[in-house]
Each structure stands twice: as structure tokens, then as C-alpha cells.
Design a protein around this ligand. Structure first.
Ligand SMILES: C[S@@+](CC[C@H](N)C(=O)[O-])C[C@H]1O[C@@H](n2cnc3c(N)ncnc32)[C@H](O)[C@@H]1O
Length: 512
């Protein structure tokens, strides 16, 4: 996974879609057409030994984001088993007819799975997955397939702007490097019209929005039926569980199945590392929360923020309590260089890097997370604290930095603050875990506010109030791209506002 993807995926989120009653607005012809497709899918499931309870109804009648959804026909109670899905019926690199081609080309991850999807689609009714594939949209409306003009118009200043632009070009490069040669070689008789760059982008959107991590044997793939449930984090009704009938298997017992969160950046697979396949295992869908008859039955795609939801699934959640904003290290450096000399700034940043308090996941931290309630990440506070150290304290820090590197985070910070400030810390402050409070001096608070302003200036001149008005005027179904981009932007700006509150509360506290 690249750094930009990591920045987008390792965020938290809680989307709750707004129920929209579309029934009256759907032309009868479209409904009939989708009914036919749903029936064909049900026949396909039957012929592939799916066991789908009559208590679930697959509908296309105007769910949260449009498209297909699943409803409860009767009351569903916790523990009810509502579906059993044979793993062998999932579309993965291993189960696809393109397996040999994909593996011999050394492809894996989302690239390999996208090729498997394109391949099965190219077979039309001859594909063993035709009954499933015919129910899927051509592509998901994620920013990857927006035009560059739309990306610039809707995403400027947001977490996604740069990422999506970079992604568009790297997905194109992947196609040119790995897929075009497969077509041109003639070895696999691939129809160029089915393996073009457009088809690859479409397949990538389906993989991004519908793939699950199945198990170590099947890897990740498309799980028919499981991928028809819409998302509601923290309020989902259903979980997917992997059931292994063989006690000698790696996957003894049950384990929850999650939506695939890695983009399979490594496109080269070592075929020796793949374990031998077992077809005697199923996925089970179990109700984890009571669902009333007639209600939509939701799954969860994980705890992710709005940027990740929009990036991967094409929608956002206005009250996403797991939303975050990232502040790039580059932005901190820019702000620092405006207040101090470039040389001063470089020295302080490299001192901070040397201290390496950052924990293993963040060792090469290039951005700092601001949580939904406006709380900055500890590493940002450490950096700002170091930036504002008086020269003599900074020198002291230089002498003691080697001794701090291998300490645990809290101990190192207590020692750092003790050595470099006049504060007399009480023992309870040292041990209460309230480490951040030790670092938020008035200067640090001032810097946090300035950073919030600088980060917000990236959105251009419109205010949050103007964004709110635009959202009210916007239809989330008809103007999907504009609507969800505005929600993303507004939520990011609200978090930046809370960061300012965080800073001002703390600086005024000190003045009391
Ligand atoms: C795994 S599919 C779910 C089934 C999908 N509705 C369909 O028509 O097949 C994921 C897609 O459903 C839509 N979706 C799921 N949950 C949503 C929500 N809470 N709000 C808006 N759209 C949602 C998004 O388009 C997303 O990319």
C-alpha cells in the first residue's frame, strides 16, 4: 500500500446513509428489468449451493445510495443464520478461469482480482459467475473514475484531491505495464475491447467497493450476496463469518470476514506461498442486531472516515463520528518556515525525527491525524513543542536525545518536558496518561490554530456556511459527486474548527 493510500485507509469512520424513498420515482421499466436480474441472481445462487434464507429480500427500490439493498421480510433476531455462501462460489484469483494467466504474469492483489473480474465479464453468459456479474453496476461512482475536471472542481483542498490524481495515473500505468502486454501477446486470446483501460478502471472500482478478505487460502475476492448489503457502521445488523469444517485447517473455528482494506499494492505474488485450496468451507451470514420486518439490513464496511468512504465506496456520512483530518508534515514545515528561518525549521524537524517517539506504525510520519473531536495526534504536539523550545532547552534536548530514543512514549515525553521546561509536574500528572496536556503550551496552541487556518485556506474562499447551503440544495442521488464532496469538505472543516477550539480552550486555561 502506498503512503497516499495508507493515509486514506487508516482512518476511522461511521457512515449512516439517509433512507430515501425512490419507489415512486423509478420508471416501471427499470424496476421490471432489475426484478429480472434479481431473479436471475437468485437462480444462480441456487445452482451454486448458496443457502439464502427467505427472511431476506433483495430489492432495488431506493435504498440509501440507490441500487440494490437487502431487507428483512420478518423480524430477524440476534444469532439467526440468514445465509451460507460456499467459498468456492466467490470470485477470486484462485477460482477464476484467468488464474493461470494472472499467476503466470505475476499479478496479485487488487490488480490481479480486477483482471479476474474483467476476464469473467468478458466471457458473458459463458462465465460461471455470469448470474452474479449481471447484477453488478458497470462501475462504482468512486473518485477514481471521475474526470480530472471533476476531481479538481469537487475535491480541491480535501484529503482526497492529491491522492485521487496520483491514483488515476498509477492505475493507468498499471494497465499499460501489466494488462496491455497480456492482450498484445495474443497468448490468451483476450478481446482488446474487454480489456481496455476503461474496463480496467471499472473493474478496479468494483474491487475497491465490493471485495472481502475471505481467508488465507482464497485470499480476497468478490463474495456474491454478501456484497449486496449497504453500510451502517456501529449499527450493522449482520456479520460474515468464515466457517471451516476441517479441524486441520489454518482457519479453525469462526472468524469475521471484513471488507478488503488493502489495495494489494504488491502486484507480484510468489506462487509457492499460496496454501492448497479447500473447497469444503463456507461463509456464514449471522444476524448480530435485531432487524425489524421491512427494514433494510445493513452490514459494516469498517470503521473509516469520510475520505476513505468516498475514495473506496463513493459516499460519505454527514455524522461520521470516526471522521478525521490529516495535517501534512509539509504544511507544518511551511507554517514553521513562515515564523522562523528555514535553517531553524529544518534543525527542529530533524531533531524531532531523531527522537523517533512515533511508534512502529508511524516511524516515517509524513502527516498527523486530527480526530473527529478536534484532538491532535501526540506526534504533532511533540513536534510543535520542539519547534518552540528556547535555544538553551533545545541544546539540552540535543544532549539527552540518545537517552530518550528507546524509552516508551510517555516516559520519554515526561523526561523531555521535565528537562526543558520550568514546569513543576505533579506525580499524578506524570502518571495519569494525560501526556498531551504537558505539551500544549500557549505557543503550541497558537501554532495549532495557525495550522488549522492554513489547512482550511486550501479549500478556497467559500465558507462552511456556504458549503452547508450548497449541501442543502444538492440532491445526494442526482448530484452524487458534488453532494458527497461537499459533505467531505464540510466535515473536514468542522474538525478544523474543533481543533481551533481545542487550542483556544487550552491556551485560555493557562491564562486563568
Ligand atoms: C457493496 S455495495 C452494496 C450494494 C449496492 N448498493 C448495490 O447496488 O449493489 C457498495 C456500494 O453501495 C453503496 N452504498 C452502500 N452503503 C451506502 C450508504 N450508507 N450510503 C450511500 N451509498 C451506499 C455505494 O455505492 C457503495 O459503493
Amino acid at each position: 500500500m502506498s503512503r497516499v493510500e495508507e493515509k486514506i485507509f487508516y482512518v476511522s469512520g461511521r457512515p449512516i446513509g439517509r433512507p430515501v424513498n425512490r419507489t415512486q420515482s423509478i420508471p416501471v421499466l427499470v424496476q421490471t428489468h432489475s426484478l429480472t436480474r434479481i431473479r436471475a441472481f437468485k437462480r444462480w445462487m441456487k445452482s451454486h449451493d448458496f443457502d439464502c434464507s427467505d427472511a431476506l429480500e433483495i430489492v432495488d427500490d431506493g435504498c440509501v445510495g440507490g441500487g440494490i439493498s437487502v431487507r428483512a421480510v420478518c423480524d430477524l433476531k440476534e444469532g439467526d443464520l440468514v445465509a451460507t455462501i460456499p467459498k468456492s462460489a466467490c470470485l477470486t484469483i484462485q477460482t477464476s478461469g484467468a488464474r493461470e494467466m494472472i499467476e503466470s504474469a505475476g499479478l496479485a492483489g487488487s490488480l490481479g482480482l480486477a483482471v479476474a473480474v474483467m476476464y469473467e465479464r468478458s466471457l458473458g453468459p459463458a462465465s460461471p459467475w455470469h448470474g452474479y456479474l449481471q447484477l453488478l453496476p458497470d462501475r462504482e461512482c468512486v473518485p477514481l473514475v471521475w474526470s480530472l475536471r471533476e476531481v479538481d472542481a469537487f475535491l480541491s483542498g480535501t484529503e482526497l484531491h492529491k491522492t485521487v490524481k496520483e491514483d488515476k495515473s498509477s492505475v493507468y500505468e498499471d494497465w499499460r505495464e501489466f494488462i496491455e502486454p497480456l492482450v498484445l501477446s495474443g497468448t490468451w486470446n483476450l478481446d482488446p475491447d474487454r480489456f481496455g483501460v476503461e474496463q480496467y478502471f471499472s473493474a478496479k472500482t468494483l474491487v475497491s467497493s465490493r471485495s472481502f478478505q475471505i481467508d488465507s487460502c482464497y485470499g480476497f475476492g468478490m463474495v456474491p450476496l454478501a456484497d449486496l448489503f449497504n453500510h451502517k457502521t456501529g449499527a450493522e445488523h449482520v456479520h460474515f463469518t468464515s466457517v471451516t469444517s476441517s479441524s486441520s485447517s489454518d482457519d479453525d473455528g469462526d472468524s469475521d470476514i471484513s471488507y478488503e482494506s488493502h489495495d494489494g499494492e504488491s502486484s507480484i505474488v510468489n506462487s509457492n506461498t499460496r496454501s492448497s485450496g479447500k473447497d469444503d468451507t463456507n461463509l456464514e451470514m449471522i444476524i448480530v442486531k435485531y432487524a425489524e420486518a421491512g427494514c433494510e439490513v445493513f452490514n459494516t464496511y469498517g470503521i473509516i472516515g469520510n475520505a476513505a468512504l468516498l475514495y473506496r465506496y463513493g459516499f460519505t456520512e454527514p455524522d461520521n463520528q470516526y471522521d478525521i483530518v490529516n495535517i501534512d508534515l509539509a504544511l507544518v514545515v511551511r507554517w514553521c518556515s513562515s515564523a522562523f528561518s528555514g535553517r531553524y525549521c529544518r534543525a527542529r524537524v530533524s531533531c524531532w525525527r531523531k527522537l523517533n517517539y512515533l511508534g512502529s506504525a508511524n516511524q516515517h510520519c509524513e502527516y498527523f491525524e486530527i480526530s473527529c473531536d478536534g484532538e491532535p495526534e501526540l506526534e504533532l504536539l511533540v513536534l510543535l513543542y520542539i519547534i518552540f523550545l528556547q535555544e538553551e532547552d533545545y541544546e539540552k534536548l540535543g544532549y539527552m536525545s540518545d537517552a530518550l530514543v528507546n524509552l516508551d512514549e510517555s516516559t520519554a515525553i515526561v523526561k523531555l518536558v521535565k528537562a526543558t521546561s520550568n514546569k513543576r509536574m505533579k506525580m499524578d500528572q506524570e502518571t495519569s496518561g494525560d501526556i498531551k496536556e504537558l505539551l500544549v503550551s500557549d505557543n503550541v496552541c497558537f501554532a495549532l490554530s495557525s495550522l488549522a487556518d492554513l489547512r482550511e485556506s486550501l479549500y478556497g474562499s467559500s465558507s462552511v456556511e456556504e458549503d452547508t447551503k450548497k449541501i442543502e440544495r444538492c440532491c445526494d442521488m442526482k448530484e452524487r459527486k458534488a453532494y458527497h464532496s461537499l459533505v467531505l469538505r464540510k466535515c473536514e472543516r468542522l474538525i478544523l474548527g474543533r481543533l481551533r477550539d481545542y487550542a483556544s480552550k487550552r491556551s485560555s486555561k493557562k491564562k486563568l
